[in-house]
Design a protein around this ligand. Sequence first.
Ligand code: MN
Length: 216
Amino acid sequence: MTSLKEFLEFDESGAKYELPSLPYEYDGLEPHIDEETMREHHLKHHQGYVNKLNTELEDTPFIGKPIKEILEKIESFSDGVRNNGGGHFNHSLFWNLLTPNKNEPTGKLKIELITKFGTIDDFISQFKEAGLKRFGSGWVWLVINQDDNLQITTTKNQDNPLMYGHTPIIGCDVWEHAYYLKHKSNRGGWLDSFFEVLDWEQANTNYVQALHENKQ
Ligand code: MN
């Protein structure tokens, strides 16, 4: 899975959802994200969301449908679909935004972040602040709204921007399961680690695609 659009539209109607494999090794993001956390997070937590989503949608016409169709109409589904479909989508997006090959802000996204936030460092500090303020479990996001404006938002539990009419560009998991083994209760340290392994090239790809989709 290299493209957000590709993942969102992936259609295996009638078949069960599957855990996507990671595009790097479990220890590939060391020392910023430790191998034990990656294994637990991918093989236990994400697998759990996939399994429960399959159970929720078993014997319905929605099993295997593109996840985008489900998330955009989430009000017509159960809380189980909301939490586990959101979990499956959020984690798939998240893994794909991480890389062992450190890179720098680039492309149209870099230009627009500087226009909107002043500097990349100012963007990062506002993103971190929003992540620290998210009470309880949830996610912090850079999204575009329907007017193409970049915004920092947060969501509770496994909710995500698509449920609120926004398109995610960058997302960071601030559930304790994402960082507790290494960082204990230091969520700020976790957000710093996230930016050490964030794939800015993928973020720019997500941004360019989201702008394109908005026009359609
Ligand atoms: Mn998680």
